[in-house]
Design a protein around this ligand. Structure first.
Ligand SMILES: Nc1ncnc2c1ncn2[C@@H]1O[C@H](COP(=O)(O)OP(=O)(O)OP(=O)(O)O)[C@@H](O)[C@H]1O
Ligand SMILES: [Mg+2]
Length: 407
């Protein structure tokens, strides 16, 4: 008997992941889905050059295909959720099985008969039986490294985390023990981004006391909580599909700083979403240069499928002036030739436009407008934001050293 996980998009079956033994598994599309010309989009990485569906996929060992691997958390969050589920972090088939009921976007993965993975089935011997005995398992997944939960608006002003962590339409990012003030930093940067005209979801800066149902095993916490409304969930509970650019390019999460560039992201956005998406992309690129964000990697950009089929650029998330913590003048990815924000010049944008076939004039005009809007917002609207000196200094430095900011 092989374990088979059904993969659904909304209420529609799109395929299955079958365990082949020896820790191998294989993903196959469902015939009905593959043959439907009106099918909803699972991922652009499954789209062939002629627009058809790429149906043949190799089996993988321990890991899943990049598309599925990217639905799982990384780092500390992954270790935390895997431990509670009684699954070994590296065995992705079992981890996805445990967390598959509430995944990013509208993907659902689970056993067709509702069976849960057997405790310890993922090879976490020390955890055998623990999850089922104590009902400590969470049944949700979010990407990224930082500890975070999906939460619902509470009757008063705060947010509530459900017993299994599922069903929420907000994301709550807990304060970081490593980087003091990161929630305040993110809240400030996202507020500035909105003032500049960038598409930013509703956000809140809360205290730990405002969060009901916070698990007690997350360690000692100190500082503010950053909360952001989910764009892949409606208040009705309906799910909107999304994918990040590691998924779009079929790359594993650990390649999120490599193997692609802002130029390649821009090319996809332009082809798939047209002018509206491209203008928004350029605003965000310039904005992140000006705030000294060295972490705009492939998983911090996503596409949203509002109608289920066609891509739009998802709203902004994870804007942090990271240089306040890690002095590093590099961007997460190359624009075209350089990874340094100090090389982000008009000339670099011209090169990006030519190589990716973008309308050069629109790119340059949008960049200049964003710089002007940013300078205005930075002078007049930063008062009142919970910005510390380190973050303020980073922005002041970027305004001096980013060549584009000099126009
Ligand atoms: N408002 C939102 N709506 C829906 N999904 C979101 C939203 N904000 C973030 N996400 C998803 O959650 C993931 C994690 O969020 P975020 O990038 O803010 O966390 P992080 O742990 O700081 O990430 P990183 O590992 O890049 O530091 C994102 O990669 C994205 O898939
Ligand atoms: Mg992120």
């Amino acid at each position: 008997m092989f374990d088979v996980l059904e993969v659904r998009l909304g209420d529609r079956t799109v395929g299955a992941i079958t365990a082949l033994g020896g820790d191998r598994s294989i993903f196959t599309f469902d015939d009905g889905y593959a043959e439907d010309s009106q099918r909803p989009t699972l991922s652009l990485s499954f789209k062939s050059q002629t627009g058809g569906l790429i149906r043949e996929h190799n089996s993988t060992q321990t890991r899943l295909l990049p598309f599925f691997s990217n639905l799982l958390p990384e780092g500390r969050l992954r270790a935390y959720l895997a431990e509670r589920a009684g699954v070994k972090t590296s065995r992705e088939f079992f981890l996805l099985w445990a967390l598959g009921a509430d995944l990013p976007g509208s993907v659902w993965v689970g056993s067709a008969d509702g069976e849960k993975p057997p405790p310890g089935a993922g090879g976490a011997e020390e955890a055998v039986g623990q999850a089922s005995k104590t009902s400590r398992a969470f049944r949700f997944s979010l990407a990224g490294v930082q500890l975070k939960f999906s939460a619902l608006a509470a009757p008063k002003k705060g947010l509530t985390i459900s017993v299994h962590g599922d069903g929420g339409d907000w994301i709550v990012k807990l304060p970081s023990a490593q980087y003091a003030g990161v929630s305040e930093n993110e809240f400030s940067m996202m507020s500035l981004a909105r003032a500049v005209g960038i598409d930013v979801p509703e956000i809140k800066l809360l205290s730990l006391d405002d969060i009901e149902g916070l698990p007690t095993d997350v360690g000692r916490l100190d500082g503010g909580v950053f909360a952001i409304k989910r764009f892949d969930r409606l208040e009705t509970g309906e799910r909107i599909h999304m994918e990040d650019f590691a998924q779009v390019f079929g790359l594993y999460p650990e390649d999120k700083y490599e193997k692609a560039s802002y130029r390649s992201i821009a090319g996809v956005i332009w082809r798939e979403t047209g002018e509206a998406g491209l203008v928004e992309f350029v605003r965000r690129l310039v904005f992140n240069a000006l705030i000294g964000n060295a972490d705009m990697h492939l998983k911090n950009w996503s596409l949203l499928y509002r109608d289920g089929v066609n891509a739009t650029l998802a709203p902004a998330y994870d804007f942090v002036a990271t240089q306040a913590y890690i002095p590093d003048d590099k961007a997460a990815l190359k624009v075209v030739r350089s990874k340094r924000w100090a090389d982000l010049s008009r000339d670099e944008l011209v090169a990006m436009s030519r190589k990716a076939g973008l309308p050069e004039e629109l790119v340059l005009r949008t960049a200049a407008e964003t710089v002007a809007a940013f300078r205005e917002v930075w002078s007049n609207q930063r008062i009142g934001l919970p910005l510390d000196q380190a973050a303020t200094d980073v922005v002041e430095t970027q305004l001096k050293i980013v060549p584009l900011a000099q126009i």
